[in-house]
Design a protein around this ligand. Structure first.
Ligand code: ADP
Length: 274
């Protein structure tokens, strides 16, 4: 079963194609992580999956229907997206922002309800933001602010959550907090998570499915163990690396050694060939 599917999908800006003729399935209930070099088209692909970017050709299929045939609210009840570096109007409180996540459920007949109240409270609890409701978002630290955005996305209560680099600008501890939270949501509630991450090793730790965007397509996809190889890293990122088994999680651990600190690199290669 797939959460999202692309069929002969071509995405472009002007006459520059970014993704060409892509057929790909994002499995339901799994964590898929998009990786690839800067400018390879990860954000573009993610935005198209959320209907924020219209395909030049082909389509994105959500629950068996072309996403372009669904209304904005219908899409927003099925999937939520947290774009890269979202901007929050000055002075907005945490509660006000998280409440925005409930807009797909409101219309002129149905105003704010107990169900909305429950969803917002729950989102604040899961993200550890109880007690922060009246703080303004701009007064928070980077890690707290990112949690507020995630709370907004969670309040939307969708089966699928898309996130574009949700850990950017966070220190390692806060990166792990966010990734653990998403992992927990996936494992305990079966939410489908599709996200762009930069850190290859964290991607390998958290992904069920890695999706490598390269050469205007999904160049490779599968379990981290089969994706992270020195050949792929060389091809996609243009660097030499060693790939070892992470001693704690057993996932592939990529140790770049083709750039910088070259003398030590030679030592590493020597170790590798022993
Ligand atoms: P990634 O997320 O992998 O870094 P992007 O999807 O942001 O890559 O960008 C893919 C390509 O599309 C890049 O060459 C980028 O310059 C270009 N691009 C991205 N957004 C726009 C835009 N709004 N207008 C024109 N070109 C864009």
């Amino acid at each position: 079963m797939n959460a999202l599917e692309t069929k002969s999908l071509t995405l472009a800006y002007g006459d520059q194609p970014v993704i060409e003729n892509l057929d790909h399935c994002f499995p339901k209930g799994k964590i898929s992580v998009l990786i690839g070099s800067n400018g390879s088209g990860k954000s573009t692909l993610l935005r198209s999956l959320a209907r924020l970017l219209k395909p030049r050709k082909g389509s994105v299929i959500l629950d068996g229907k072309a996403i372009t045939t669904l209304s904005t609210k219908a899409v927003a009840r099925k999937l939520a997206i947290l774009p890269q570096s979202p901007e929050c109007p000055e002075g907005l409180t945490v509660l006000q922002l998280v409440k925005q996540g409930r807009y797909p459920y409101q219309n002129w007949m149905r105003q704010w309800s107990e169900e909305d109240e429950r969803a917002v409270k729950r989102a604040l609890k899961i993200t550890n933001l109880e007690g922060f409701e009246e703080r303004t978002v701009d007064s928070l630290s980077g890690g707290q602010r990112q949690r507020v955005w995630i709370a907004m996305v969670l309040a939307q209560e969708t089966d699928t959550i898309l996130l574009d680099e949700p850990t950017t600008y966070l220190d390692l501890s806060h990166q792990l907090d966010i990734l653990d939270l998403l992992y927990e949501l996936n494992r305990s509630e079966g939410r489908t998570i599709i996200m762009v991450l930069h850190d290859l090793n964290l991607s390998a730790r958290y992904a069920d499915n890695m999706v490598v965007v390269h050469d205007k397509t999904v160049y490779a996809h599968g379990k981290p163990e089969s994706i992270i190889t020195p050949e792929l890293v060389k091809r996609v990122f243009g660097i030499e690396c060693l790939v070892m088994k992470d001693p704690v999680y057993g996932k592939p651990l990529c140790i770049p050694c083709g750039k910088g600190r070259r003398a030590e690199d030679e030592n590493l290669r020597a170790v590798d060939t022993q």
